[in-house]
Design a binder for this molecule. Structure first.
Ligand SMILES: [Zn+2]
Length: 284
């Protein structure tokens, strides 16, 4: 998510808020204008009805404890699953569970267990993914074939001696800081496959001013998530099933050793992934 710019006024006159202003991330290149919804590619989504998030609390703002950080991420995840979709009693058929904190590498690692992390960074702008004016980014890795999300990592751009252009985060609505719950709730929208909404009041609007609070998904945000994961009776789902690999007909848990049947199969999956397999997308 970006810090509130002059662009705000410009964006709202370009794309006034409308019903169904939500937008899905697709497999085609991101639009330069964050309020424009891509009209190409296949929309991406998790294939399983659940996934796990892990907080990496090695870097923290001076005013925030690891327990509090964990709590805010859990609240943000819950905000995306504690509502009913329009027209029925059920919520979206997808849920994020925040498991115990874990010191984990950011990124997608082929053939290794991948962890969806949420973490602060006290250094930034060390590659093309880390735009200096982004308070946070989420790197979503997905397969080109099937547009399945396989990993999503959220990084928060923290002001620190080595990162003086970073952001000050607060949780008390302070007008001098970026609101951490607002930013995390927005980024978890990206984690699930949502892009930016054209509705100014939505959690998925692309920017937030200091002290601006948008912690609860609006009807537009909810409609977007329900469109990605329409309500249904879901199969049992372990948030963190361990190593996942791909094959011709989708995901399978690769608990079985690679030497056996899985091996050949695994090789196919790896080749597919490596060949056309996966791409990374930055959303801020
Ligand atoms: Zn964003």
């Amino acid at each position: 998510m970006r810090a509130a710019p002059l662009l705000l006024a410009l964006a709202s006159c370009l794309a006034p808020a409308a019903a169904g202003a939500w937008c899905r991330t697709t497999t085609c290149a991101a639009q330069p204008d964050p309020t424009m919804c891509p009209a190409c590619g296949s929309p991406i989504a998790w294939q399983r009805p659940c996934t796990a998030l892990r907080v990496d609390a090695r870097v923290l703002p001076p005013t925030l404890t690891a327990a509090a950080f964990h709590g805010h991420v859990a609240d943000a995840a819950r905000a995306w699953s504690s509502f009913a979709c329009a027209g029925g009693g059920r919520g979206p058929a997808f849920a994020m569970t925040v498991l115990d904190d874990l010191n984990a590498r950011v990124g997608y690692f082929e053939g290794a267990p991948n962890v969806n992390t949420v973490t602060f960074r006290d250094h930034w702008s060390d590659d093309a993914f880390h735009a200096p004016d982004a308070a946070a980014i989420t790197i979503v890795t997905f397969t080109s074939a099937g547009a399945f999300i396989v990993d999503a990592d959220t990084e928060l751009n923290l002001r620190a001696p080595a990162n003086p252009r970073g952001f000050v985060f607060a949780t008390d609505g302070s007008a001098a800081a970026a609101d951490l719950p607002t930013i995390v709730t927005h980024e978890l929208g990206h984690t699930q496959g949502l892009a930016h909404s054209a509705e100014r009041a939505a959690v998925m609007w692309y920017s937030a001013g200091r002290g601006e609070l948008r912690r609860t998904p609006t009807d537009d945000d909810r409609a977007g998530l329900c469109a990605i994961y329409p309500p249904r009776v879901t199969e049992a789902c372990a948030p963190d099933p361990g190593l996942l690999t791909y094959g011709g007909d989708g995901l399978s848990c690769a608990a079985a050793p690679r030497g056996g049947k899985g091996g050949g199969w695994g090789l196919l999956a790896l080749a597919a992934l490596a060949g056309v397999g996966r791409r990374r997308r930055r959303a801020s």
